[in-house]
Design a protein around this ligand. Structure first.
Ligand SMILES: [Zn+2]
Ligand SMILES: [Zn+2]
Length: 268
């Protein structure tokens, strides 16, 4: 986080499962945040077992965590976190879905933006003689206005509602129907691809996916873009092979790496 200039002003962390490679890092992070004198609470979410595993981890790095840490156990189907823990967020939801990793509960997360209001048509408003100002604001918000005794609804001045974006993060998993469901039409699917096809059996036996399997999920979900993550160390120098295998199934593929920033445009 330091290397890439990512802010430490985070307030929530989402855990997919409790294999060591997915939660040990939080010990150092909590310690760093403590040394920075952070006062704000930190919210941790994870599947069943989160309280025990993360509660223990919290005690390992420091004598006393100097800011509140709230651990919430999440199950598939839940809307997660948000203001007061009630799932309410401004403009989007985070929801959990089941994954198939074996050896304990595991979940993935979707970030689902709310439908956005249609665009306000300035030209139409001008043509209708509506003066620029508060009336434009009302119409843009979908509210009716009164102009010279005429009641005008927003319909004629605001375009169709626009879909929000959907970003899906699987964590470790076999390719599964639940991910295909969760990722329907996703703007971005971040799917694990630990192995290449030559280790297909190993992927199956260890609860992981191959790049090609991840691509098959992306294809079945009609996702727009696939980002392969959690690739095995043997592909750390070059993951070209994984991309090549995935591209045979699904065209828009790349590999995640530390520090990568991905722009997710609004659907056209
Ligand atoms: Zn795992
Ligand atoms: Zn893992």
């Amino acid at each position: 986080m330091m290397r890439y200039g990512v802010s430490f002003a985070l307030s929530e962390i989402f855990f997919t499962h409790f294999h060591a490679d997915h939660f040990l890092g939080v010990i150092g992070l909590i310690r760093t945040l403590g040394l920075q004198g952070r006062p704000e609470p930190l919210f941790l979410y994870g599947p069943k077992g989160a309280k025990k595993v993360l509660g223990t981890a919290m005690q390992l790095g420091v004598e006393r965590v100097p800011f509140p840490v709230e651990i919430t156990e999440v199950k598939a189907g839940d809307t997660v976190g948000g203001e007061g823990g009630g799932g309410k967020r401004d403009g989007y939801d985070v929801c959990a879905f089941p994954t198939e990793h074996g050896g304990g509960p595991s979940i993935g997360y979707v970030l689902k933006e709310h439908v956005r209001r249609g665009r306000f048509d300035v030209e139409k408003a001008k043509a209708a003689g509506i003066p620029e100002g508060p009336m434009w604001g009302k119409l843009a918000k979908g509210e009716p206005i009164e102009l010279d005794g005429r009641k005008l609804t927003a319909d004629g001045f605001v375009g169709e509602a626009r879909p929000g974006r959907l970003v899906v993060f699987t964590g470790d998993t076999r390719p599964c129907a639940a991910t295909v469901d969760a990722a329907q039409g996703a703007d971005l699917l971040v799917h694990e691809a630990t192995f290449g096809e030559e280790e297909r059996d190993r992927a199956r036996d260890t609860g992981h996916s191959t790049a090609k399997e991840a691509a098959q999920v992306a294809l079945a979900a009609k996702a727009k873009r696939l980002l392969l993550s959690h690739v095995s160390a043997r592909y750390s120098i070059s993951a070209d092979e994984l991309v090549k295998e995935a591209k045979e199934v699904f065209p828009n593929v790349s590999v995640a790496k530390d520090g990568l920033e991905v722009d997710v445009p609004f659907p056209a």
